[in-house]
Design a protein around this ligand. Structure first.
Ligand SMILES: [Zn+2]
Ligand SMILES: [Zn+2]
Length: 339
């Protein structure tokens, strides 16, 4: 069978790989849709520090179970439509011992530290598949990126009494926004792009701030009776947005970082102490796939609006090329693996 393949940065090839075999605890999945995310773009650009080459990408995956090993539980059936959890856990490190498998020190995400699933068939441990009888393959491929934002809202303990600022209204930001909206919070979105802010509004954000035209901090003060937000979630990864989150948070507020900055960030650390902030990192997603599947199944929020463009399997090289050339023009690109 064929696979989408990065021999080195900035090169995409389609190569021939062996058909996968599946073990007693594994299911064999007919892969339908692979979503591309910021990580994939950075891998393509050779800018993602955790990746090694050559590599088969693909970690936002949906498909159908077509075979199962003899130790796979009853509830997983041939024909189930599933999404894949792309993470692994060692079971031994401090994070795993604390039950926080999402930040396992030795996590290997599909398509990053090990080969991903941009192949027509893929074998995976049964504990890594989550099914829905009503979601489309497109929607199932959105579950993982939405879960990353959802986990960040959980890290920030977002509830209906909170005012939440989400900095960055890309896919991950929209995941945090939809979780915060679903939990009943008042949500403010800040971004540099009017189209992304319009999308955020469709997801239930009450206020939007375009930081190229508006003073974000001053607007937040206005919107919050001069207090600041109780939760600030950063989903960009720049030094200035890292600082903005701390500045925008109220006294006794919470700050959650999902963005990965490549530069050093300098802070006035007095705010950490003076405000007694909870400053939290948020990585991957922990036990939220069923919640996110349920959220998308309710079809209250317009998740399909995240999809900017789709490409056939043979067009994967073109997809990365186009996205690299105009990163702000796309929210979510899908690759039709069988197409
Ligand atoms: Zn991703
Ligand atoms: Zn571990």
């Amino acid at each position: 069978m064929k696979a989408i393949f990065f021999p080195e940065p900035k090169h995409v090839e389609i190569i021939e790989v062996p058909e996968p075999t599946y073990g007693a605890d594994e299911v064999l999945v007919d892969v339908q849709i692979a979503g591309l995310c910021g990580t994939d773009l950075n891998v393509y650009r050779g800018l993602f520090p955790l990746v090694t080459f050559p590599r088969i990408p693909g970690h936002e995956i949906s498909g159908t179970v077509i075979a199962k090993g003899q130790r796979v539980p009853e509830h997983i059936k041939i024909g189930d439509r599933v999404m894949l959890s792309p993470y692994s856990e060692c079971g031994q490190c401090p994070a795993c011992r604390a039950g926080r498998f999402n930040c396992c020190e030795f996590n290997q995400t599909l398509g990053v530290q090990r080969d991903g699933a941009m192949t027509p068939r893929f074998a995976i441990h049964h504990s890594k598949v989550f099914s829905s009888s009503t979601l489309t393959f497109d929607e199932l491929a959105l579950v993982e990126p939405m879960s990353v934002g959802y986990h960040a809202a959980n890290r920030g303990r977002v509830s209906e009494t909170d005012t939440v600022l989400v900095i960055g209204a890309g896919t991950i930001g929209i995941g945090a926004i939809s979780a915060a909206v679903r939990k009943g919070a008042t949500v403010i979105a800040a971004d540099i792009d009017d189209q992304k802010l319009a999308l955020a509004r469709r997801f239930g954000v009450q206020h939007t701030i375009n930081s190229t035209r508006q003073d974000v901090l001053a607007t937040i003060k206005e919107l919050t009776n001069n207090e600041g937000v109780s939760v600030a979630i950063e989903a960009v990864g720049l030094p200035e947005t890292f600082r903005l989150a701390v500045e925008a948070a109220c006294f006794a507020g919470r700050v959650v970082y999902i963005g990965y900055t490549k530069k050093e960030v300098s802070y006035n650390t007095q705010d950490f102490v003076r405000k007694e902030l909870d400053i939290l990192g948020s990585r991957n997603a922990l036990r939220v796939f069923p919640s996110v599947i349920k959220m998308i199944e309710q079809r209250i929020l317009p998740f399909n609006d995240l999809i900017s463009r789709r490409y056939p399997f043979a067009g994967a090289g073109e997809a990365f090329h186009d996205w690299d050339a105009a990163p702000n023009e796309f929210t979510k690109i899908l690759i039709d693996i069988q197409g």
